[in-house]
Write a protein that binds this ligand. Sequence first.
Ligand SMILES: NC(=O)c1ccc[n+]([C@@H]2O[C@H](COP(=O)([O-])OP(=O)(O)OC[C@H]3O[C@@H](n4cnc5c(N)ncnc54)[C@H](O)[C@@H]3O)[C@@H](O)[C@H]2O)c1
Length: 352
Amino acid sequence: MRLATPPGFPTEVFVQEVPAAELLPSGPWALVGDAAVRESWRAAAMPEPPCAIWEGVDESRKRLETILPWLEDWSRIPLHRDATLVAVGGGVLTDLAGLAASLYMRGIAWQAWPTTVLSMADAGLGGKTGADLPTGKNLVGAFHPPSRMVACTGFLATLPARQAESGRQELVKTALLLGDQEWAQEVAGEGPVKAAWIERALAFKAEVVHRDPMEHGERRVLNLGHTLGHAVESASGYALLHGEAVGIGLLASCLLAESEGLRPFPASFLDRLAARLAPLAPQLPTWEALLPWLTRDKKGTGLKPAGSEGVQIRCILPRPGESALQQLLPPSAWAEPYARVKHLLQGDPARA
Ligand SMILES: NC(=O)c1ccc[n+]([C@@H]2O[C@H](COP(=O)([O-])OP(=O)(O)OC[C@H]3O[C@@H](n4cnc5c(N)ncnc54)[C@H](O)[C@@H]3O)[C@@H](O)[C@H]2O)c1
């Protein structure tokens, strides 16, 4: 099914169960895919162009070094400017492939065929592409939207449970951004991820990205949970998955919003979210380990107003029943919410 997107939106978005060859490029194309889904792609009788690249990737391989051989391969084929790259895989693969597409011949078209919950609900859409540096996540990249995104939920059949759980947190994020408490409660609850949730998250992201493609203002709200989340992910040495770290960031954001005087979330919701995240408790870095990553977050403003303690960070504060707010706060503002997250994950109820 093709999703309705705003007029002029650069990406056609499809959500369906089974992949369909007619959605592949009609002209010359190349494929780079995650080796974890090669068998599923072939089992669905999906074609491959000559010299398709299937590569095992995870966050540790989200580096510029990974894409250099791809670029060299394409130049040897040779792939021309009229070619379209098809990227099949999770968010690491689609972020890297989109970046490679933006660089090759100064930019060729590409399609995202996401295969994880996280990449279907979020990473495959919106045009942000990137790679990590040793100093932080996604520190290099380009805005280069895919011409088409095809989310085939059938690929999720082979996705490990931990990955599905991790991706679910980006759906919780969307529910919190919308201020839809009922939906947030449902997504944080039991039961499998629904295709309708993915469609809703994509429709929302398309609207926001269309109004602010380069993240000059409104789009920053999509970083809800990511300020602390990226720091947790990096400080854990990537022992925590992206979505897991975002989940920690989401819970902390709810608590930070409360400590900034905004309307508190129901304890039942905080406890439910904490229960989902509880298995991560032993891997959470100390606040001291986290702080340096927070202060170098690329979404920090770098502003150092006189008399302040230093860098201010853009924080997204969710509110039940209302859309989220943006606020500049010092990194230290996260210390107390982070300590509360740790307590909640250990089973202390949200409200005594
Ligand atoms: N561009 C954006 O707007 C955006 C938004 C959110 C997250 N991201 C990025 O997305 C990345 C995380 O993506 P992810 O959670 O998809 O992780 P991932 O790409 O690392 O995939 C997770 C694991 O699942 C495997 N896998 C993928 N699909 C599979 C399937 N169908 N069956 C079995 N195994 C499968 C992969 O090989 C990998 O080991 C992070 O690097 C994050 O920065 C980007």
